[in-house]
Design a binder for this molecule. Structure first.
Ligand SMILES: NC(=O)c1ccc[n+]([C@@H]2O[C@H](COP(=O)([O-])OP(=O)(O)OC[C@H]3O[C@@H](n4cnc5c(N)ncnc54)[C@H](OP(=O)(O)O)[C@@H]3O)[C@@H](O)[C@H]2O)c1
Length: 315
């Protein structure tokens, strides 16, 4: 399955992050290029470097990472595998969480920490400016404006091209937008977790990218209808999950993550899957959020205090 310009990832079309920065709507999440618990070195670092190089061959031009993946390991592998970077590759990284140990994630949104985190990312990625720098998670101990303000200052200094936020609710997104141009939101979202449907709707209204993390139901129970439709179409359930995200909203930019070339190829091929309106509707109706589409306005915090853990609800 090949996209319009000959590469598979292009089949899903492009999305603009700013007027001069657009990417194919099938990205890659680099969190899995680490050890168990998103901690330390991966089992097979050479396969991880192959995954990164193969992603580019397949037309992926958006890679998501964070200083806290490893920590440091994911960013370092990206530079080892891909530097010097080809023109047009957007590496999005994040700051705002620290790692006491495997599977543990602690928000850290003080401006001095964010500044040190950004400097570390610049060094590891061998860049002078980060194309998209995202606040990883609001820190309840630090006023949100202070964390966003630090990113605004660093953008003014030329160290950040565009600012994104992650794990935010509608109010936090609007608050950040009151301080600076926000080009993307990265929240957990997939076929069976549509808690952020309201935030996606706001992104659609504002015309900014919504980057769903955990987009392929990693390790979760797959509803029977997902297995049935995937079987009828002759595609995997993961491909169906990705095809649904792409069809559900034109503002989505999924970033499925894997440490395997075979899984990467399978995931990127989903960019070319076209679901029928009936299939989209059946999949839409799987989640309770379905009935709320177009109507719900929520003030809930995006961070739900859930147990951190690999493949779970943090990262
Ligand atoms: N902003 C945040 O707070 C946050 C939180 C979590 C993640 N993220 C970002 O979102 C990205 C994606 O999230 P995620 O990695 O948690 O979830 P995901 O992409 O939905 O799922 C990844 C999991 O599924 C497996 N997998 C991937 N493709 C597969 C395939 N074709 N067949 C079978 N298994 C497959 C992977 O294992 P294998 O390696 O064995 O393929 C991995 O365990 C991350 O890489 C990271 O960049 C952001």
């Amino acid at each position: 399955m090949i996209g319009h310009n000959g590469v598979p990832a292009a089949a899903a079309g492009r999305i603009s992050l700013d007027p001069e920065m657009s990417v194919n709507r099938m990205g890659f999440g680099a969190m899995r290029l680490t050890g168990p618990g998103i901690w330390g070195e991966p089992n097979d670092p050479e396969e991880c470097r192959r995954v990164l190089r193969r992603a580019l061959e397949l037309g992926v031009d958006f890679i998501d990472t964070a200083d806290s993946y490893g920590p440091e390991v994911s960013e370092r592998l990206i530079a080892e595998a891909l530097h010097p970077y080809p023109a047009g590759l957007v590496i999005a990284t994040k700051g705002g969480q620290v790692r006491p140990g495997p599977g543990q994630w602690v928000p850290e949104g003080r401006p001095e920490h964010l500044r040190a985190a950004l400097e570390g990312s610049l060094r590891r990625l061998r860049l002078e400016r980060i194309d998209l720098y995202q606040l990883h998670r609001p820190d309840p101990k630090v006023p949100f404006d202070e964390s966003v303000g630090a990113l605004v200052d660093m953008k003014r200094e030329g160290k950040i091209r565009a600012i994104g936020v992650s794990n935010v609710n509608q109010q936090q997104l609007e608050r950040a937008r009151g301080m600076t141009a926000v080009v993307s939101v990265q929240n957990r979202y997939n076929l069976t977790d549509r808690d952020s449907e309201d935030v996606l709707q706001l992104c659609e209204k504002l015309g900014i990218a919504f980057i769903p993390w955990a987009p392929i139901l990693g390790g979760e129970v797959e509803p029977e209808s997902v297995r049935r439709i995937a079987g009828e179409r002759g595609i995997s359930t993961r491909q169906l999950a990705l095809a649904w995200i792409l069809a559900h909203s034109t503002q989505t930019l999924p970033i499925p993550g894997t440490a395997s070339v075979a899984h990467l190829e399978e995931n990127v091929a989903a960019a070319a899957v076209r679901l029928t309106p009936d299939e989209v509707q059946q999949l839409d109706s799987l989640s309770p959020a379905a009935g709320a589409r177009g109507t719900r306005v929520s003030a809930k915090p995006a961070s739900r205090g859930v147990t951190p853990g690999e493949g779970g609800r943090r990262g």
